[in-house]
Design a protein around this ligand. Structure first.
Ligand code: SF4
Length: 618
């Protein structure tokens, strides 16, 4: 399917109702807008904050810009269907989202302990959404209005789109599409898919007949006519492209090992994970299919990244930039954290295996234009309550990938590497961060702005490629401490994380200290490390503790590895195989720390200085 511009649609007739001050959350608000019904109702596990950092606001405002009437049911009571009926029956579909986080990560720590707070809820209160929110909400919507199509999305659906290991139940679960009994699953950033889907449903197409939208998954009885299944496990990987060419590139799909097979066989699980990750480049990915019993889960290739113009358009919808008035004076910590920050890009080409950003947003960086970013800074200055002149972050998934990417479009369109910066920085990668330096300076010169801080995670191996960038960052945009994440010091775990060696950290630290001194500032680097990542031995942790001691670091907080759905490191954790290489019966075994004494021991090494840990460490 060719990429169609996000704005290249004739607006739906309901455009005549105009722009809602807030998308309605009650019948009274709908009445005030003159609506008799909603075209789309979004049910979400987060509080409704009308801000471009919150998924329900982005999707709601984008659909509104296309003329659709969108209602929001935020954090409904899920014990019965009452809350799900409060906006009436939607004309087109229910859109279901767990919120900005997977509901289980929201509820439980890496040690599976229940969290006592929820930053996406008014007053930080826990317990306002169910476990597995997408499944529960879908069921209640069906009970409220049977026959209305159910479209699921958000991180929770996106990262559970194929059969996946679920850390909390300690088993492999089916694709969430089947457990939610949804009609369609949207994965990744869903603007293109949802705009196309909504217009087509509004034009009278049946959801069962819509099967050609990128970034969607749905259930079929068998592969579509004209497509030929390719069993990748029977092909040497260097022949994959040839198979694609033989098939004309368009009419083959990859059949992943079935749910029942990956449930029974860990090697096949790791193999399926490897294939999925190699099919994430939207310019060469093929459709994937995975049998679940007598149904075939079908995944169309990922969405084509948004252009700068399209991304600007998404970010410049008429967001109020505050929580919905229904929350009164209640404080929403996730909102307070981002209310004075600006998201400048999407995507990440780092490929760290414990992180799922690439699986969700893709490896190709989508950057906003400088003019749009400056306009948003002005909007924060003019509209955001409590703004004191400090922009708390100009960033995104990473601080310093804005406008970076492959130098050659054609090379990029053929590439299947999982990272552009591991095992070393690819020679095809443009690493020039001078445009970002210019952006920081322009942002700092905006009227009413006193300071621009950078708080997003810094890719320091990239940063050292442009020393002028490090100088600008360190001299002007660090608030005394800069957190960075080498994650480990030892080659074994670093190679399983796809992170650079600690030597790169040393190079960055040298520049950091040099420029801090030149600026007359006393500033500190705070390195972060992960305990218990697959591939980590007791000796690796001992060596890390020795490095921490030698460098005078005493960590207050430590992170234990958290096996999130669909991450490559989670596949290692579950299968003890390494899907970064071709998986076979003789494939490399990965050491894994699961629970009990060894998991506590690895964590204790990070806080070697705490007397409470000494008995364990001795
Ligand atoms: S060729 Fe290199 S820079 Fe280009 S997409 Fe592939 S890994 Fe990234």
């Amino acid at each position: 399917q060719p990429s169609r511009s996000l704005t290249d649609y004739r607006p739906y007739w309901a455009e005549c109702f105009g722009i809602a001050p807030f998308l309605p959350t009650s019948r009274e608000e709908m009445d005030a807008l003159g609506w008799d019904s909603c075209d789309v109702i979004i049910v979400t596990g987060d509080a409704y904050v009308d801000h471009p950092s919150f998924g329900m606001a982005v999707i709601g405002r984008v659909l509104e810009a296309h003329g659709f009437r969108v209602g929001i049911i935020p954090q409904p009571g899920w014990q019965d269907k009452t809350d799900f009926k409060r906006l009436g029956k939607p004309n087109l579909y229910f859109g279901i989202a767990a919120g900005n986080m997977d509901s289980l990560i929201n509820h439980y720590t890496a040690d599976r302990k229940v969290r006592r707070d929820d930053a996406y809820t008014p007053d930080n209160v826990a317990g306002k959404r169910p476990d597995r929110a997408v499944i529960v909400y879908s069921q209640r919507c069906r009970e409220a209005f049977g026959g209305v199509p159910i479209v699921i999305g958000s991180i929770e659906a996106s990262l559970r789109r194929i059969a996946h290991f679920d850390y909390w139940s300690d088993k492999v679960r089916r694709s969430i599409l089947f457990d939610a009994k949804a009609d369609m699953l949207l994965y990744g950033n869903a603007e293109r898919a949802i705009v196309d889907l909504t217009h087509r449903l509004a034009a009278g197409e049946k959801i069962d007949a819509i099967n050609d939208i990128r970034g969607t998954a749905f259930s079929l009885k068998m592969g579509p006519p004209g497509f030929r299944a390719v069993d990748e496990s029977r092909l040497p990987e260097d022949r994959q492209e040839r198979v694609r060419l033989m098939d004309g590139g368009q009419d083959s799909y990859i059949e992943l090992p079935a749910y029942e097979q990956v449930l029974a066989d860990k090697e096949l699980y790791a193999h399926a994970s490897r294939i999925l990750h190699r099919e994430t480049n939207p310019h060469n990915a093929r459709p994937l299919a995975q049998r679940h019993g007598d149904r075939l889960l079908w995944l169309n290739p990922p969405p084509i990244p948004l252009t700068s113009e399209e991304l600007d358009w998404v970010f410049e919808q008429p967001y109020q930039r505050v929580p919905h008035p229904l929350y009164g004076e209640a404080r929403i910590p996730a909102y307070e954290m981002i209310q004075h920050s600006i998201n400048i890009m999407r995507g990440c080409f780092g490929g760290c295996t414990f992180c799922s950003i690439t699986e969700h947003e893709g490896r190709i960086i989508q950057s906003r234009s400088e003019a749009s970013i400056i306009r948003e800074i002005e909007a924060v200055r003019d509209k955001s309550p409590g703004f004191t002149g400090v922009i708390s972050d100009l960033g995104g998934p990473t601080a310093n990938m804005w406008r970076l990417g492959c130098k050659d479009r054609e090379t990029e369109s053929k590439c299947r590497r999982l990272s552009c910066v591991y095992p070393g920085i690819c020679s095809n990668l443009n690493t020039d961060q001078m445009p970002l330096v210019s952006l920081y300076r322009k942002a700092s010169e905006t009227n009413g702005v006193k300071k621009v801080l950078i708080a997003s995670g810094l890719r320091y191996d990239l940063a050292v490629q442009t020393p002028e960038y490090v100088k600008e960052l360190v001299s002007e945009h660090v608030g005394g401490y800069l957190k960075i994440a080498p994650e480990h010091t030892e080659t074994g775990p670093l190679s399983k994380m796809m992170k650079p060696g600690i030597g790169t950290y040393d190079r960055f630290k040298k520049l950091f200290d040099q420029y801090s001194k030149a600026a007359g500032k006393e500033q500190y680097l705070i390195p972060y490390f992960i305990a218990g990542h697959p591939g980590t031995t007791d000796k690796d942790m001992l060596n890390l503790a020795c490095w921490l001691k030698a460098n005078g670091f005493r960590a207050d907080q430590v992170q234990n590895f958290y096996p999130s759905p669909m991450a490559t490191a989670t596949a290692m954790y579950y299968s003890t195989r390494n899907p970064l290489k071709r998986v076979g019966r003789s494939a490399e075994q990965v050491s894994v720390v699961r629970k009990g004494r060894q998991r506590r021991l690895h964590k204790a090494f990070l806080r070697y200085h705490d007397p409470e840990n000494w008995p364990l460490l001795r």
